[in-house]
Design a protein around this ligand. Structure first.
Ligand code: AHR
Length: 623
């Protein structure tokens, strides 16, 4: 097979600055119990609903009914989340009904176990009130409560805490246990109420609350944008459960939290609207705010009454980018971010095109947002790849979940798209079903072929992101995903490593590649020229996906290159594995992993091999 790369300057075309990014959805406990480092699950006891009695899962009681009873009531000092836990202790360290030595109380196992590590510090905050003086032991322990990792005592006199009191302390762990829990225990008779209990590791990315290993995996993709917070999560099964930005800002204790009824779990909304914007800023990625447009999976707001929803979104934009003396910009500033965020893109809804009120609602949102913020790029849910849109938009959303063969052939999806009009935002793509399992090499190969097609068609495709990004292995709501984690480990699926082959593409220059072969091959290739961030190093990157089961001998010729090639600094990266259905796992996280070697034969004429079922990148260092 020969590959003819035309790298002459006049043949190149500049790829959009933000072609490849990430899509973060609160699905699979990606945020709550994932990227958001909070260790307590259901920290405000709100997850059981606003009425009492309610269940307090996953909190549990330590001690039997002859020593302790618990219930919920609505006595919290926080107006928007009234539920608190009432704990009545009937035993006492002194007296007839003696408490067990370790006391009685409650524990929280976090999100399938807390990761507590030796020498690390954890900030504990809890709100307490009581009928009398209290002596509470706050401890981090192993999952059976026996291994003591860290503890501290809270001793308060009655006069101090007959009303709610916020207590803050820092615990430093004396040991490591990835399946730990928080315990609040006492050996003193009386009634204690607890509310808004938080345990945060001090060691989060820049202290911004993001779990470091997961943040770093995202950063490694060099995403140019981040679409958030969903997906279906934005829509809700019902409007009442959709994501409402206003409820997710301000002090964490005062956020009501909400039940995401599409992915069926509660989130305390610690990872709220401001934190998403902060995440984008920390990643150096442009935020893309997907908001609910008055449509959920099962109910809709009619266009005649959608105006309050539009005003709400206008407020959200002002919150993100208004000056710090504007109404909502000042709320952002009070939360510690006086500088506006660089919000330049919004999407009106998710997968709602064709629904009864979509177009009507869309036009209301579109016209009022454009009037207030003419520079904001607005993304429609309707597919404009095969016919022009019947409404104004800056981009249109395109989602594709399909088999490996289909995905690979979709490299040509945009070949015939009109070259005028709004461009595509391929905001969700992935191979799913049996070809993908929980993340196969086969899926990654097909997706790489698709992305090569997007690079080639990047005159009409502006942005693309894989979906979903993250999965807590204890709550797989959707397979496959790019990054898999539990309380303490994480690994990339082949689709994650596949995306690393494209991290230099945004803003690079793409050149035509001709593939010539005497027989039919399942091979696709692209070539880009890119510059390192410092601007000192230039590379020509030739990517080749061999989707077939036979290795292919390649003869690669590069024409029109103005630079000379430094073979000492040229490299080759190959992603492949013994079996095309191979996956990574916690026990073998690098089974399918890109292997980097020197490209000794680097030059304008090269003989190469594309192994069976592989993605290869030949990176020629240009002088
Ligand atoms: O990525 C998972 C889901 O797939 C998203 O929530 C939705 O937009 C799509 O249907």
């Amino acid at each position: 097979v020969s590959l003819l790369v035309d790298a002459s300057p006049q043949s190149g075309r500049v790829i959009p600055e933000a072609l490849f990014g990430v899509f973060f959805e609160e699905i699979n406990h990606a945020g709550a119990g994932g990227l958001w480092a909070e260790l307590v699950s259901n920290r405000g006891f709100e997850a059981g609903g606003p009425n009492t009695p309610s269940n307090i899962d996953p909190w549990s009681v330590i001690g039997n009914e002859s020593f302790i009873t618990t219930s919920t009531d609505r006595s919290s000092c926080f107006e928007r989340n009234k539920i608190s836990l009432r704990m009545e202790v009937i035993c006492d360290k002194d007296g007839a009904n003696t408490c067990p030595d370790d006391g009685v109380g409650i524990y929280n196992p976090g999100f399938w176990g807390m990761n507590i590590e030796q020498g690390k510090a954890y900030r504990v905050v809890l709100h307490v009130r009581s009928s009398g003086s209290v002596n509470i032991s706050v401890s981090l322990t192993g999952s059976d409560g026996l291994q003591k990792l860290a503890s501290s005592n809270i001793i308060e006199e009655a006069s101090d805490i007959s009303d709610w009191k916020k207590i803050e302390l820092t615990l430093e762990s004396q040991g490591t246990n990835h399946n730990s829990r928080l315990q609040l225990t006492t050996t003193k008779r009386g009634i204690i109420w607890f509310d808004q209990v938080s345990v945060m590791p001090l060691d989060t990315y820049k202290g911004h609350g993001f779990r470091k290993d997961l943040f770093e995996m995202l950063a490694e993709l060099k995403p140019r944008f981040i679409r958030f917070p969903g997906g279906c999560f934005v829509e809700g099964e019902w409007m009442r459960n959709a994501f409402r930005w206003r409820e997710t800002i301000g002090p964490w204790e005062e956020r009501p939290g909400h039940f995401g009824d599409v992915w069926m779990y509660w989130t305390d909304d610690g990872l709220g609207y401001l934190e998403f914007l902060q995440l984008a800023e920390d990643l150096g990625a442009a935020p893309i705010w997907v908001f609910n447009n008055g449509i959920s999976h099962n109910d809709q707001v009619s266009t005649s009454v959608v105006l309050p929803f539009v005003r709400d979104v206008l407020d959200s934009i002002e919150f993100a980018r208004g000056p710090s003396n504007s109404t909502w910009g000042s709320v952002r500033a009070a939360m510690g971010h006086p500088e506006p965020f660089d919000l330049r893109y919004v999407a009106i809804g998710n997968e709602d095109c064709g629904k009864k009120n979509y177009l009507g609602n869309y036009l209301k949102f579109y016209s009022l947002i454009k009037a207030a913020y003419p520079d904001i790029q607005i993304i429609s849910n309707c597919d404009g790849s095969s016919h022009p849109l019947d409404h104004p938009a800056d981009m249109y959303d395109f989602h594709i979940y399909t088999s490996a063969n289909n995905m690979f052939s979709m490299a040509h999806q945009f070949d015939h798209t009109s070259r005028v009009g709004p461009k595509a935002f391929v905001s969700e793509y992935a191979v799913t079903g049996k070809d993908a399992g929980t993340g196969s090499l086969l899926a990654a190969l097909a997706e790489a072929g698709f992305l090569i097609g997007l690079e080639t068609n990047s005159d009409v495709v502006e942005m693309a992101s894989y979906a979903p990004l993250l999965v807590n292995a204890n709550d797989r709501r959707w397979n496959p995903d790019a990054i898999v984690f539990n309380s303490w480990q994480s690994f990339g699926t082949p689709s994650y490593w596949m995306q690393q082959f494209f991290k230099e593409s945004s803003g690079a220059t793409v050149f035509p590649v001709k593939v010539q072969s005497n027989s039919a091959t399942s091979l696709i290739a692209s070539a880009i020229k890119w510059q390192s961030a410092e601007g000192n190093d230039n590379y020509l990157k030739i990517k080749v996906v061999n989707f077939g089961s036979d290795p292919l001998n390649l003869s690669v010729s590069v024409n029109g290159l103005e630079n000379s090639i430094n073979s000492l600094r040229s490299t080759k990266v190959v992603l492949t594995s013994a079996n095309v259905m191979d996956e990574n796992s916690f026990s073998a996280p690098n089974k399918v992993f890109p292997e980097k070697t020197r490209l000794e034969s680097a030059g304008t004429d090269m003989a190469m091999v594309a192994p069976a079922h592989s993605i290869s990148s030949f990176d020629l260092s240009l002088a």
